[in-house]
Design a binder for this molecule. Structure first.
Ligand code: FE2
Ligand code: FE2
Length: 214
């Protein structure tokens, strides 16, 4: 990542995403996401634990406290509105939105946010995630995880819950974005159709999405 200073809010956001993705965040995941050392992530986690935002489990995994989740939601409003602005006003490529939003999200005031909502609508970010309201309240969609779709044969992509560069690049290059229709195979894999036939989406990428049964 090219952005010099990673803020406490950026850490809260990635812990929230990783928790949605696989139930918790680890030092490894976080340091890989930001391309920083495990030690600097560890130091930041201790600060966030002292502030009552983050909890460390007995296995050394990290999750957000109630307070941390609320703070994350306040920040995710700015982040997701920044993504909408870059996408709709600047027509920025879908797979660049998450990382480029990091450059402007801290400057999204509520005046800017309400104008973005007025001009473009701000129900969901371009990856399908709901935009929290000004108080940090958010209504999560009633969608299903990769582990839950086994009994359906057709699903539609609801959203991308882990917006990493690798995940977004793969999905963009295969035209898989919210609203895309996919097939669940007998083997439990998720397949997309293209000119050459059908391909299975790698499991770690399928697990980074949520779906609606069709
Ligand atoms: Fe994002
Ligand atoms: Fe997004």
């Amino acid at each position: 990542m090219e952005h010099g200073s990673i803020t406490a809010e950026d850490y809260l956001k990635i812990i929230d995403e990783l928790t949605n993705y696989r139930g918790y965040a680890t030092l490894n995941d976080i340091s890989k996401f930001f391309s920083v050392t495990r030690q600097s992530v560890y130091d930041e986690m201790n600060i966030l634990i002292d502030r009552g935002m983050v909890e460390r489990t007995s296995k050394g995994e990290y999750v957000l406290s109630e307070k941390g989740k609320h703070e994350a939601n306040i920040f995710l409003r700015k982040h997701r509105i920044a993504e909408i602005l870059l996408s709709r006003a600047l027509k920025m490529r879908w797979d660049l939105l998450d990382s480029e939003a990091m450059g402007i999200e801290h400057g999204i005031t509520e005046t800017i946010a309400s104008l973005v909502c007025e001009n473009y609508g701000c129900e969901k970010c371009p990856h399908g995630n709901p935009v929290p309201d000004i108080s940090g309240n958010v209504t999560e969609p009633n969608d299903l995880s990769f582990q839950e779709i086994g009994k359906y044969s057709h699903v539609r992509v609801s959203r991308v819950i882990f917006e990493s560069d690798d995940v977004l690049r793969y999905l963009q290059s295969n035209s898989i974005t919210p609203g895309a229709d996919l097939v669940v195979g007998d083997d439990g894999g998720v397949y997309f159709g293209h000119e050459g036939g059908r391909s299975m989406i790698p499991e770690d990428i399928a697990a980074a999405m949520k779906f609606f049964p069709q």
